[in-house]
Design a protein around this ligand. Structure first.
Ligand SMILES: Cc1cc2nc3c(=O)[nH]c(=O)nc-3n(C[C@H](O)[C@H](O)[C@H](O)COP(=O)(O)OP(=O)(O)OC[C@H]3O[C@@H](n4cnc5c(N)ncnc54)[C@H](O)[C@@H]3O)c2cc1C
Length: 366
């Protein structure tokens, strides 16, 4: 087993055995002809931006800012790519974050997210942009597409990264391992270096409307997909997905019933937060699985995480331990969650949550 904190170099597995760490792959003549890519422009950073109802996702703006920073460190340009139907306006908006070039790949076949189709669309566009670094958010779709693209381009891929930088002209990625108990720095053997970044890991700079990107519209040329989206269910209105949320109020087994979850929902409502839950609460049927945080739920990275009646089992911590500020409310002073919390309240959540809700309502004038 590799030691914690050791630098791991990423390339294709077979090549790892044949080469010494740090040894270059040489020119990129190994890229399959089907990918149509014969060289790369050193320093260019391509990232995938996602849209919802025609608008850029918050974590895509964050990734745009990181891509601009990395490109300037590497002496290249940041290029954004937006895939979907009617996404040209979102591609244009990327310019406001300092992105030099934005490509909108549009088509009817891309109206709904299908990993296979989006991968084809991306592979069509990548050769023209010849990036050294390719990034996506560690969102549902980013996690779906990037490994497929990395495989096709024989590029090393580091997933779910919480920090990215350029060192010695190459991407260096920091990612949690062992359910978040340790961090590892990853460098790459491949010439093309890919990473997915955990949402809320980087700062988003203020958009500057005077900055413009050169926007290129491309009609997608993708083969008919083997799968079809039959239904898209809308998430709860006005509530951000857990993976994008800045503030999360989460409830555990202690809530006791779905009706009781209203004390968590009321506080979340006042704070503009998203409701999270432990697996015990989900398994007991108090709330649906899309609210579950943890190893078998979602990995979240909010600015504030309020854990109510959650013991802090390792599988729960795996999903939320990178939250910037953790507040725990638990009636057991020995609950493990307190060892990870920045602020702790020992007491009954049914007494404390209504007080917090009332006070925040007053403070925020709601
Ligand atoms: C393979 C595997 C994967 C798993 N994946 C996940 C996962 O993704 N997410 C996850 O959360 N769990 C996961 N688990 C389950 C995990 O091990 C725990 O069982 C679970 O997190 C416990 O949930 P809990 O903290 O809500 O419940 P408990 O551990 O029962 O804790 C309830 C807490 O509430 C406190 N409490 C009780 N009443 C009150 C009150 N009135 N006011 C204040 N505090 C009160 C108690 O003191 C206690 O600390 C997984 C387990 C396995 C084996």
């Amino acid at each position: 087993m590799r030691g914690i904190g050791e630098i791991v170099e990423r390339g294709s597995e077979g090549d790892l055995e044949k080469r010494h760490p740090g040894e270059s792959r040489g020119p990129v003549d190994w890229i399959p002809a089907s990918a149509g890519m014969t060289n790369i422009k050193m320093g260019n950073v391509l990232f995938i931006a996602e849209v919802e109802e025609g608008k850029l996702k918050g974590y895509s703006k964050e990734l745009a800012c990181k891509a601009v920073e990395l490109a300037s460190q590497a002496g290249g340009e940041a290029h954004g790519i937006v895939i979907g139907k009617n996404v040209a306006a979102a591609a244009e908006e990327l310019g406001q974050f300092g992105v030099a070039k934005a490509t909108a790949v549009e088509g009817e076949a891309l109206a709904e997210f299908i990993g296979e189709a989006y991968t084809q669309a991306l592979l069509e566009a990548v050769p023209a942009l010849k990036p050294q670094v390719v990034l996506a958010s560690a969102s549902g779709s980013g996690k779906d597409i990037l490994p497929r693209v990395a495989f096709k381009l024989k590029a090393g891929l580091a997933t779910d990264c919480i920090d990215l930088k350029i060192e010695n002209g190459k991407l260096k990625a920091r990612r949690p391992i062992f359910a978040g108990k340790a961090l590892v720095d990853v460098t790459f053997l491949s010439d093309i270096q890919m990473a997915t970044a955990r949402p809320n890991s980087f700062a988003t700079k203020q958009a500057d409307a005077s900055k413009k990107a050169s926007v290129n519209k491309v009609a997608a040329n993708v083969a008919p997909s083997k799968v079809k989206v039959k239904e898209v269910k809308e998430a709860e209105k006005g509530m951000k997905d857990l993976t994008e949320a800045d503030v999360i109020v989460a409830g555990g087994r202690a809530l006791g019933s779905s009706e009781n979850f209203k004390v968590v929902k009321e506080l979340a409502d006042v704070l503009g937060a998203t409701v999270g839950a432990s697996r015990a609460a989900v398994d007991a049927g108090y709330i649906s699985h899309d609210h579950q945080v943890g190893q078998t739920g979602k990995t979240v990275n909010p600015k504030l995480y309020i854990a109510c009646g959650i013991s802090g089992a390792i599988q729960h911590l795996a999903g939320m331990r990178t939250a910037k500020v953790i507040v725990a409310i638990n009636k057991d002073p020995e609950a493990p969650i307190f060892s990870k919390a920045d602020y702790g309240v020992v007491g009954d959540l049914f007494t404390i949550l209504p007080i917090l809700t009332r006070n925040f309502k007053e403070l925020l004038g709601k």
